[in-house]
Ligand binder design. Structure first.
Ligand code: ADP
Ligand code: MN
Length: 495
């Protein structure tokens, strides 16, 4: 006999009801978890972000929007008091340091410090800075509409009382709080959707990939752009790549920093998920323009550097007259530029259009020209040039996607150029352009170098030798060789 007593041989019976209730319990728990920790922020249907239609389901977002309103109101009050105290007195007291939104650093937060110092292309000589942005002391719209805003704001606050009693509005009603219409509407929408929540417990929300790709912080920044009147409507996503998400937007009426906002904009949001960028390190790490900063930066700043690089490179191209998007504004990891396309339809990539043989030939010569201009006038190598990053619009080719572009003296610059040449010449040779140079000829034509190797391997070897020579020169002299003179006879690799 077993010392531990008789073995229990009866199998545990399990009724169908038990199984089902267990499943039900699991489902309920999942549901609850999903509600408590939504994987993504949901948006209302229709346009992605507009003045009226903003994401109201994220508490963080709402809180931040409210905070923005509070801060604005607080600062306005501060200004009024400052004025009252100072009056006509010759000595005045400034409350500047007590302001919530500092005029020179309106986006302040722990890691939002230094894009301001980098607005200018580090390669170019710094231009004399223009007058600093004045926070809220500006004239015009801001002030004239203020009264309406205040009155209307108070009304909105009072109207909050109409929300369902369960809906927490905090101390807002007791205080003399003025809500802007936008915030009020957001809160209203939120309140209503809260009311409906129980009714649609089983309703599964649909999340587009675009929404998945954008975190609340990015959303807030986008919202701010709309709120500032810079953008009218962010209509939706036109591309989700590994490293970026691109949105289409209609430009707003307000011009910032003397810039006219194009009627249609593309917003490139560089993804803040880091792993995807690892393989891009080589482009930026060795780019001497960013060398000093690279080591000191945290990963988020490195991502911002990509956006910044794209901005500088686009500006150079624009200055050289190369067809490319025009930079509108850079905010952290978000680059707003002009939209290549029309009525929300982006221009097709070269790989997706069927061109007549005449247009094909025209496109080829245009690209050859642009590559030379890029190299000689912009001192840049695209480094990701292919039919994927060229758009066909208004009968010509537009270059995009230049965040990874480097200067030719980048330690791998010539290799990148060779790869670009290979892509271009293969595309056009396959596309039936008889005149298309092969990749080696194209390389020489663009760089002005005269590498004579007649096969791929030797050619590549010579390229690497040149790069090495340049690097050695850096080691010994602490600076790069200039690779070409301005009048276009380039091969000055040997001193
Ligand atoms: P990625 O690094 O994801 O390739 P791109 O800059 O190439 O980023 O943009 C992705 C896609 O978004 C492009 O292929 C193009 O279709 C679209 N796109 C990007 N910028 C613009 C723009 N300024 N105008 C129109 N479409 C654009
Ligand atoms: Mn691309």
């Amino acid at each position: 006999q077993c010392p531990w007593g008789a073995r229990n041989t009866t199998s545990i019976s399990c009724s169908l009801a038990d199984v089902m209730s267990e499943q039900l319990a699991k489902e309920l728990q999942l549901e609850e978890e999903n509600a408590a920790f939504p994987e993504v922020v949901a948006t209302a249907e229709g346009p992605f972000i507009t003045g009226e239609n903003i994401d109201t389901s994220s508490d963080l977002m709402l809180a931040q929007m409210l905070q923005m309103e509070f801060d604005r109101e607080y600062d306005a009050q501060l200004r009024r008091e400052e004025k009252k105290i100072n009056g006509d007195s010759k000595v005045s007291i400034s409350f500047e340091n007590y302001r919530k939104v500092h005029p020179y650093d309106s986006d302040s937060s722990e890691d939002e410090v230094d894009w301001q110092d980098t607005r200018h292309d580090p390669y170019r000589a710094a231009k004399p800075t223009t007058t600093p942005r004045k926070g809220f002391t500006g004239k015009g719209k801001d002030i004239t509409t203020k009264h309406d805003e205040v009155v209307c704001g108070r009304k909105n606050t009072a109207r909050m009382e109409n929300f369902a009693p369960e809906f927490q509005v905090g101390d807002g009603i007791g205080m003399d709080l003025k809500l802007s219409n936008q915030v009020f509407n957001a809160l209203k929408q939120h309140a209503y959707s809260e009311e409906r929540r129980s009714a649609r417990l089983h309703e599964k929300k649909e999340h587009s990939t675009a929404e998945k790709a954008v975190d609340p912080k990015t959303r807030l920044l986008l919202y701010k752009m709309v709120n500032a009147g810079m953008l009218e409507t962010i209509t939706g996503c036109i591309s989700t790549g590994k490293e970026s998400v691109v949105f289409h937007a209609y430009g707003g009426a307000s011009a910032t920093e003397d810039k006219v906002i194009p009627p249609e904009c593309a917003i490139k949001v560089f993804k803040t998920t880091l792993n995807e960028f690892k393989n891009r390190d080589k482009y930026i790490k060795d780019d001497y323009r960013f060398k000093d900063r690279f080591s000191k930066l945290n990963p988020r700043k490195i991502i911002r550097m990509w956006a910044e690089k794209e901005m500088h490179n686009l500006t150079r191209m624009q200055n050289a007259g190369i067809p490319c998007p025009q930079v509108v504004i850079l905010k952290k990891h978000i680059l707003v530029m002009s939209f290549i396309g029309q009525d929300q339809v982006p221009a097709p990539k070269l790989k997706d259009v069927t061109l007549s043989s005449e247009d094909m030939k025209k496109a080829y010569y245009q690209i050859l020209n642009m590559m030379q201009q890029l190299y000689k006038e912009c001192n840049l190598v695209h480094a990701d040039l292919s039919e994927y990053n060229m758009l066909w619009h208004n009968g010509k080719v537009w270059l995009i996607d230049v965040s990874q572009s480097v200067e030719p003296t980048h330690p791998h610059g010539l290799e990148f150029l060779f790869r670009d040449c290979r892509n271009v010449s293969q595309f056009f040779q396959k596309g039936g352009v008889a005149e298309a140079l092969n990749e080696r000829e194209l390389f020489n034509a663009v760089s002005g170098l005269n590498i004579t190797a007649d096969n791929e391997v030797d050619f590549q070897a010579e390229i690497e030798a040149l790069e090495k020579m340049n690097e050695d020169h850096v080691q010994n002299h602490g600076k790069k060789l200039s690779m070409f003179s301005s009048d276009g006879d380039p091969p000055i690799y040997n001193e």
